[in-house]
Design a protein around this ligand. Structure first.
Ligand SMILES: Cc1cc2nc3c(=O)[nH]c(=O)nc-3n(C[C@H](O)[C@H](O)[C@H](O)COP(=O)(O)O)c2cc1C
Length: 189
């Protein structure tokens, strides 16, 4: 039997990312867990508007979204607990400028360069609507067809008990599992 646990947002785990933007000529980085999909080429980030990195995102209208492997967790965690308002975090990651000029974490397995399409302001909490302009991935994480292979690429996830998780195994293919249901004599809607 299920029981109500209140108004809990249970739509987790999400990928945990390091977001980068140029702030006054130097990179700013912070960690973001509240990551969503807006459309095939659109990522949403829910962020506190007063974060230092948000100053750079607002000014430049572009940012990077860097997915993590386990080796990056300590540094990602650091940029998630220390603010650029107090400490210069520009040297935490080796970085390169992407084709749009955003700072990309060199050690990140996958990085997306994004433009800022819009900001939805919800009482000091910003929903950043980010359009993916260019994506970089380590070659060994790609299928022979050049797609990201999530059996090899294991992005670190976040769960709201404030822990980092690993991704798991592939269960089966989407839009094919229904055949098992149909085979049991039931109809697909
Ligand atoms: C695990 C973790 C997840 C976080 N997720 C978010 C998030 O989704 N949105 C957000 O605005 N801040 C999030 N933070 C907090 C910011 O990363 C943190 O306040 C950071 O120091 C802001 O840096 P800045 O002021 O230099 O931009 C998270 C922190 C941690 C440790």
């Amino acid at each position: 039997m299920k029981k109500s646990i209140g108004k809990v947002n249970a739509a987790f785990p999400t990928p945990i990312v390091v977001v980068g933007a140029m702030c006054d000529g130097k990179p700013c980085w912070f960690e973001v867990a509240w990551v969503g999909i807006g459309d095939a080429g659109v990522v949403t980030l829910s962020v506190t508007s007063t974060h230092k990195t948000c100053d750079g995102i607002r000014a430049e209208k572009k940012l990077s979204i860097n997915l993590l492997d386990e080796a990056l967790i300590p540094r990602a965690d650091y940029v998630g607990v220390v603010s650029g308002h107090k400490v210069d975090k520009s040297g935490v990651f080796a970085w390169s400028a992407g084709s749009t000029g955003v700072p990309l974490v060199d050690d990140a397995p996958v990085s997306m360069e994004c433009s800022l399409l819009d900001i939805y302001d919800a009482n000091g909490c910003y929903l950043l609507i980010c359009k993916v302009e260019n994506t970089w991935a380590r070659e060994e994480l790609l299928t022979p067809q050049g797609k990201l292979d999530y059996e090899v690429f294991k992005p670190v996830l976040f769960e709201p008990g404030f822990r980092y998780l690993r991704t798991g195994d592939v269960i089966c293919r989407c839009a094919e599992a229904w055949k098992e249901y149909a085979a049991e004599g039931l109809k697909k809607d």
